[in-house]
Design a protein around this ligand. Sequence first.
Ligand code: CAA
Length: 379
Amino acid sequence: MIDFEPSDEQKQIQTLARAFAREHVLPHAAQWDREASYPEGVVAAAAELGLLNVGIPQSVGGLGLGMLDEIVVAEELAYACMGFYTILMASDLGLTPIVLAGTEEQQRRFLTPLTTGARLAAFALSEPDNGSDASGLRTRARFEDGEVVLDGTKMWISNGEAASVLVLFATVDPAAGHKGTVAVVVEGGTPGLRAVPIHGKLGQRASPTAELVLEGVRVPKENVLGEVGDGFKIAMRTLDRTRVPVAAGSVGVAQRALDEAVSYASTRQAFGGPITRFQAIQFKLADMKIGLETARWMTYRAAWLIDRGLPHTEASAIAKCYASDVAFRAAEEALHVHGGYGYVDEFPVGKLMRDVKLNQIYEGTNEIQRVVIARSVMR
Ligand code: CAA
């Protein structure tokens, strides 16, 4: 009934992703962080290897990987650099509404082009004054002459400036709450759409984040996913899936934090020997391992539910919330094990902590995950 063994194919995917991440991502992560530079060439190499946009269905030319396959890749890439992984993850987030709610024609039009080259997607839900309350959108959509006209501002959009396909959420009537919301596909470069890069991020600096200004952006009404009124639910169904890769990325960071802590503590000498002799250090390593293993299996379970088409809203919220909390704590403890060396960028643990803080915030803060979980248990 229960099988903890990855399939041969998953083991191959893991080997491939690990080799790529250790060779092409990990050695450059500190520099991307320092310079806040977008690693265009390495994203292209990841695309070439089939690690980008892995959720596109085979029916429209994609690899159609399952969620269990996807999270194996997620863990390996995030181990090397959470910011790099967010570029790829945010693209899958951006294309998921089209997978879930797009017609076959829409999928061919918007997803098939994403299967070649290093083309990215983005998901534009949050606004400057509206994040957690996702049904209270202020970006306006109006229908005119067979087109949708969009006006407003979107905020904190990962891949916002680099994406060739964006799914934007707007409202036809703010007074109607979620029943007025609409999901619209907009192609990068559409007149009236302007991306303003956001600088000064605490972490995940390899991942480009933008504010999107929409001034009279016009797209055919055929770019609407589902019906008017479906936008909020499409966003929720999307996040129910994509919170699992956030959890997997967090597991990758937690594993890296543990490995870095073990490596440093094994060589650091104090009071006549390596500091691994002290239980004060051993207990930290043990607690990190407990968190890591429990987060990993919780993440696998949520992915397993998704792959079987079973209800997963609660499981994905638990995995995202728990794994990102575990990972932040693991990174903080790894930093502490390094003492003063953890506080400078000669060692990677400070970056792990700065990077993974975002996992507790994006794709729904961990407070929102607790709201989702509490509503589920009370139902
Ligand atoms: N799936 C399908 N339908 C859902 C749903 C789900 N998971 N959750 C709610 N719904 C439905 C409800 O059944 C209800 O439908 P009816 O009116 O037909 O009965 C409707 O949607 C409204 O539901 P609620 O009343 O529960 O909605 P709410 O306003 O109370 O909001 C919330 C619920 C959980 C707080 C939600 O707003 C939420 O998840 N907010 C967080 C938003 C978020 O995660 N933003 C992240 C942005 S993306 C990002 O960060 C990415 C990045 O850059 C990398």
